[in-house]
Ligand binder design. Structure first.
Ligand SMILES: [Zn+2]
Length: 202
């Protein structure tokens, strides 16, 4: 059974408007070093605070991964603080920093740009739909491997992938996914890589 997080708990209306502008144009990510001399003291304070809080979270809680924790859990509370201060940084004009973009997606300040802005990470590491707040599910799809050199011809190999979808807003993806097209040699290189892994582990 999937749960739905109230949208207000994910982001307020004004931040949603701000995200719409990012969806149209996400600035090219820049390194802190290269823009350091143009930062205001307010921006520097905000960045320092983010650094401290993330360091605390990683030290005390380890990497952010999916686990059942309550909204009263200190981990949850700390990650909401990190999320909010990352949003503050974005609104203070720091969205062009790669650091702010990456941690922004990782801590659910913004929906993940690599998922077409559809899903947002919650402080418990699970994903929710940015549109409706429902927990994102994973669907297994099977994709046949086709050869680039022989259009339409399959190798007989099928790979299984798990793809995310919102059970409220999206159709469950068909279990038969589109073919993966690769060159004849790609399979060979993959086999060589697998042989190496086997050789190391035997
Ligand atoms: Zn949805």
């Amino acid at each position: 059974m999937s749960k739905t997080v109230p949208l207000k708990a994910i982001a307020d209306a004004s931040f949603r408007e701000f995200v719409k502008t990012l969806q149209k144009h996400l600035p090219e990510p820049q390194k802190i070093e290269s823009v350091k001399k143009n930062l205001t003291s307010v921006q520097i304070q905000t960045l320092k605070k983010i650094g401290e809080l993330i360091e605390t979270d990683e030290r005390e809680n380890g990497a952010l991964q999916a686990e059942e924790i309550s909204q009263k859990d200190p981990k949850w509370i700390l990650r909401v603080r990190i999320r909010n201060i990352l949003r503050q940084a974005m609104e203070e004009g720091l969205i062009h920093l790669g650091f702010v973009q990456r941690y922004g997606a990782r801590y659910g300040a913004i929906p993940d740009p690599t998922s077409n802005w559809k899903y947002i990470k919650l402080p418990n590491g699970f994903w929710a739909c940015w549109t409706c707040g429902t927990d994102v599910m994973g669907a297994e799809i099977r994709r046949p491997v086709h050869f680039r050199e022989m259009p339409g011809a399959g190798s007989g190999e099928v790979r299984t992938e798990t793809v995310p979808y919102c059970p409220q807003c999206e159709e469950k993806p068909s279990e038969h996914g589109p073919p993966i097209v690769e060159g004849l040699a790609d399979g060979y290189y993959r086999d060589v890589e697998e042989a190496r892994v086997l050789a190391r582990n035997l």
